[in-house]
Structure formats: structure tokens, C-alpha cells
Design a protein around this ligand. Structure first.
Ligand code: 5GP
Length: 191
């Protein structure tokens, strides 16, 4: 049986990492996605249990108390966290488990799973990132600014990641991500 592989993908909000990850998942059905819990409200088109488990702040705090989360953060005013049980189950089954989380969470996961691989997706440049967040049209101006500030801070952590992908095209970035996964999986299986 293949060894399980934990893959952590980060990148500033609006960089398009969700699209890259979705395409990679379409092409490699061995990849399973860890659905995070969040206290943020759903955006149009987002589905509970698919994009996130959308919960109240109270429920989120309860999950922390129950020790149900592998890691959690407060990000731009909302809570986000990775449910622990799903990851453990899927890794035991030998699956590739993909987490799409911000830098602080990625750092905490790496501490607990040193064998995980971390990938940072960068925008071609910061102006393009601002334009993408504006174009998405789901955030008010003050939230866009907060997310931009956070994006700039997140870019400072880039050198802590095992791999960096510059997202110039979704197609190329998804292929690069799949190549990284393949390479790391072979390495683990040949250990
Ligand atoms: P968004 O609100 O744009 O969906 O997500 C905001 C940020 O939170 C993104 O960088 C996303 O990757 C990150 N995020 C989503 N789920 C989690 C999680 O479970 N843990 C952590 N640490 N960050 C998360």
C-alpha cells in the first residue's frame, strides 16, 4: 500500500490557490481534501461541507475545547481550523491529504507532521493580487485592504516552504503541484 502523504498548500487569499487545487484534484483522484471549519459566512456559491464546515463562533470555540482541531487561527476577524480526525483516518488509508491553509496553520501542521510537504503559491505580483480580490467582488473595500496587508505579511514566510509555485497560469500551477506530489510520494514509498 502507498504511504499517506500530507500536503499543505498556502498562499495569500485571492491568489487562485483554490482553483489550482481543484484542477489538481480533478486530475489525481488519489488526492482527498481536508475541509476546514470556519466562522466566516459562506460566499455565494460556497457549500457547507464542501468548501468549509460553516459554524458559529460559539461552535468553533467548542471544537477547540473538544480538541477536535489539528490547528486553528483567527484570520482577518474569523476563525479557521483543520479537523483532526479526517486527516488521521485518510493518512492511515494511504491517501494524499491536501490542506489549503494560511502560513501560521501551515507552520503548526509542520511541527506535528514533519514529513508533510509544504507548497506556497505566489501571485505574479501584488497588484495582480489586489485586482483578483476586487474582481471576485465578494469583499468590501476595508476587508480587501486587510487581506492585502495580510498577503504582504504572508509572502515574508515563503522561504519556510518546501516548494514555491508562481501562479501565472492555473494549468501550469496545477501540473507543477501534481509533479511535486508524485515526486514526494515516490520518495516516501522508496524510503
Ligand atoms: P478564505 O476566507 O479566503 O476562504 O480563507 C482565508 C485564509 O484562511 C486562506 O488563506 C485559507 O487558506 C485559510 N484557511 C482556510 N482554512 C484554514 C484552516 O483550517 N486553518 C488555517 N490555519 N487557515 C485556513
Amino acid at each position: 500500500m502507498n504511504s499517506g502523504l500530507l500536503v499543505v498548500v498556502s498562499g495569500p487569499a485571492g491568489v487562485g490557490k483554490g482553483t489550482v487545487v481543484s484542477l489538481a484534484r480533478e486530475r489525481n483522484k488519489d488526492i482527498v481534501f481536508s475541509v476546514s471549519a470556519t466562522s466566516r459566512c459562506p460566499r455565494p456559491g460556497e457549500t457547507d461541507g464542501v468548501n468549509y464546515f460553516f459554524v458559529s463562533r460559539e461552535r468553533f470555540l467548542e471544537m477547540i475545547r473538544e480538541d477536535a482541531l489539528l490547528e486553528w487561527v483567527e484570520y482577518c476577524g474569523n476563525y479557521y481550523g483543520t479537523p483532526k480526525m479526517y486527516i488521521e483516518q485518510e493518512l492511515k488509508k494511504g491517501h494524499i491529504v491536501l490542506l489549503e491553509i494560511e502560513v501560521e496553520g501551515a507552520h503548526n501542521v509542520k511541527k506535528q507532521y514533519p514529513d508533510c510537504i509544504s507548497v506556497f503559491i505566489t501571485p505574479p505580483n501584488l497588484e495582480e493580487l489586489r485586482q483578483r480580490i476586487i474582481k471576485r467582488g465578494t469583499e468590501p473595500p476595508e476587508v480587501i485592504e486587510r487581506r492585502m496587508e495580510r498577503a504582504i505579511k504572508e509572502m515574508e514566510h515563503l522561504d519556510k516552504y518546501d516548494y514555491v509555485i508562481k501562479n501565472e497560469s492555473v494549468e501550469d500551477s496545477a501540473n507543477q503541484l501534481l509533479e511535486i506530489i508524485e515526486k514526494e510520494r515516490n520518495r516516501l514509498n522508496n524510503k
